[in-house]
Design a protein around this ligand. Structure first.
Ligand SMILES: [Mg+2]
Length: 369
């Protein structure tokens, strides 16, 4: 089998609201440009993925995808994913990790379609469902977090994570409001989105311990490994770092050798696709650690992340970011959480979900190649 063409169909995603997920992601946009990646072959089988997010247009990566990634794939055997990943990774600085990751997801989709198997089955299925957690936007008042968490609890969801706006005193108030709303024993997490300095991170961490939170995510900047080491020694609550930087497998080694985090984190969008996500999960397993998967920033990446989660043991939750209209687009039937708070494995070939090609065609802006 040979790759005969690689295209990026740019299309409009509109009709969502401005949203803030903390100090890092603050979007005033109500529309975004997305890219549908299609890798086609001489055997008539194609693989697909999406580039972009509601809060981050694919425009920034599109030209690099076409200029750098596309020529590396044309004429190659799409089933030789490891070789192609290495080939693309050698150019990741020029290509952007997001563009490279989109190509990798499309190659996995193609392989699944060729084998008539879902991606998780190609990887070796471990399970068929996983508990979801709701991952909040930043709210202006503590009680809004409590109300949101309670409404999802009543719909069967078993865990909730806050993205907080800072200052830190308000963040603790928000965490207290959520604990009051959902009661003792409900799984809660805080994502501070790299916003604290060390003394603040320690104070907030101690408050989370009193409130019985499950994990404490990204309190400090993604390069502050010595401060993470100190923080981890002082706190009992497990620390979760490594969602950033936009980078590959090699960035995890220093966190492991420094014992600077209790979990590894990543996903298909920011770290090199399904290929690197699976390697990272297995790396974490060797250290007796969980690999908690970050949401994918678009509907296909979320499905790809779910396939990874179905193929590993060491991930406890699947992240579902709300509001839904900022996070779901382009599929005929997107992932849903059932009444027991579970998300189920797609069972169709490849990604196993139906892309809404007719809608994408209606919203088409350009085809790049
Ligand atoms: Mg996070």
């Amino acid at each position: 089998m040979k790759i005969t063409d690689v295209t990026l169909k740019m299309f409009l995603w509109d009709g969502f609201d401005p949203v803030v997920y903390g100090p890092t992601v603050r979007s005033t946009a109500t529309s975004s440009e997305m890219g549908l990646v299609e890798i086609s072959t001489d055997e008539g089988i194609s693989g697909y993925s999406f580039l972009g997010a509601s809060y981050s247009s694919a425009k920034a990566d599109a030209q690099r995808f076409v200029d750098v990634i596309r020529p590396l794939l044309i004429g190659e055997n799409p089933l030789e994913r490891e070789r192609l990943h290495k080939r693309m990774w050698a150019r990741h600085r020029a290509a952007t990790v997001r563009a490279l990751s989109a190509a990798d997801v499309a190659l996995w989709d193609l392989a699944g379609r060729a084998a008539n198997m879902p991606i998780h089955a190609l990887l070796g299925t471990y399970r068929h469902s996983i508990p979801a957690y709701i991952s909040s936007p930043a709210h202006s008042a503590p009680e809004h977090y409590g109300e949101e968490a309670l409404s999802w609890k009543e719909r069967g969801v078993t865990a909730y994570k806050l993205h907080v706006p800072s200052p830190w005193q308000c963040d603790i108030e928000a965490c207290r409001a959520v604990r009051r709303a959902v009661g003792e024993g409900y799984a809660l997490m805080l994502d501070a989105s790299w916003s604290y300095d060390y003394p603040t991170a320690l104070k907030v961490g101690r408050a989370l311990e009193e409130l019985g939170f499950l994990w404490y995510e990204d309190p400090l900047g993604e390069w502050e490994i010595p401060n993470y080491v100190k923080l981890k020694q002082k706190l009992d609550i497990p620390l979760m770092a490594t969602e950033l930087p936009f980078a590959g497998l090699e960035t995890y080694s220093v966190w492991l050798t420094a014992q600077a985090t209790d979990y590894l984190r990543g996903g298909v969008a920011f770290k090199g696709g399904i290929t690197n996500a699976i390697k990272t999960a297995h790396l974490a397993e060797a250290f007796g650690m969980n690999y908690e998967i970050h949401h994918g920033t678009n509907s296909i990446n979320n499905v790809a992340n779910l396939h990874v989660a179905m193929a590993i043991r060491n991930c406890d939750y699947f992240e579902v970011v709300v509001p839904e209209k900022n996070n779901k687009y382009g599929l005929v039937q997107d992932l849903e959480i059932d009444r027991n708070g579970l998300v189920h494995a797609p069972m169709g070939p490849g990604l196993g979900v139906e892309i809404d090609f007719a809608h994408i065609e209606r919203k088409k802006l350009a085809v790049l190649r």
